[in-house]
Design a protein around this ligand. Sequence first.
Ligand code: SF4
Length: 314
Amino acid sequence: MTKPASRRARKRYFDFKSFLVDRFGCRVYKLQIDAGFTCPNRDGTIAVGGCAYCDGRGSSLRQKGPLPAVAQQIADGKALYRNLRGAAKFIAYFQTFTNTYAPVESLRALYDEALAQPDVVGLSIGTRPDCVDEDVLRLLEGYAGRSHVWVEYGLQSIHDGTLGRMNRGHDSACFADAVRRTAGRGLFICAHIILGLPGETRADMMKTARAVAALPVDGVKVHSLLALRGTEVGRLFEEGKISLMGQEDYVSTVCDVLELLPPSVVIQRITAEGYRDIYLGPGWAQSKLKVLNAIDRELEKRDTWQGAKYMERD
Ligand code: SF4
């Protein structure tokens, strides 16, 4: 199998670090911002309780007390990343809860504040597919002409039964509609997928990968289901009513997913850890480097690449 020639791939998948270095010519880091948003899937607007796997605490910063201003959070993050990793440029990642869940003028003020900080070259806005009306998309589109802007949509699964069981509060059609309305505006679109959701088979997960591959999505984040104390998933796990993926199963499944995604889709994340104080499992996912190495080894062993089966029909 031939390594894709379209980019300077350091890995067998199109990793985000390579994407950013190729685009900006230097190390670029996403700085996590907690701008104090809430979530309509928690406050009763759509549902209460939130998604079954969401711990609802927000960022670690929020847990410490009043949130610093966006500019201060960026200044603190920059100092940390510069010292630790030699980062030169930054993307302000509005991560905590639903970061388009406010009037447009409030959103504009927050995003403007982030982009006004030195060396901030872009925004990444984490949100729900049911929280982006035309006014929000026009606002984001306005930034795309002058900076690098990602919109990150939680999907997790393309199966409506799973979305219902996880209390997502939207269906897969809502996600597809949001992606189509976002595309063509100069914005980069990222979809979040969770593998190992209760009741899903590997074939179900491959259907999710194929569905995402068929949409105008530019990036993907994938991780295995994590059980956290205080969540519905955590409760079911502690009561022995659901099981979590093993590392071998996850690595093999995520490699199958990579094979189905277009080579051009940037893999922003391929495994995730959770807060240690409420973490119930799976234990292996807390060793991020080991998981990343295992994925690299599996792709080597198979002599395969992201996109190797993208054109195949199921
Ligand atoms: S949409 Fe996001 S923030 Fe809201 S409950 Fe679900 S996971 Fe939590």
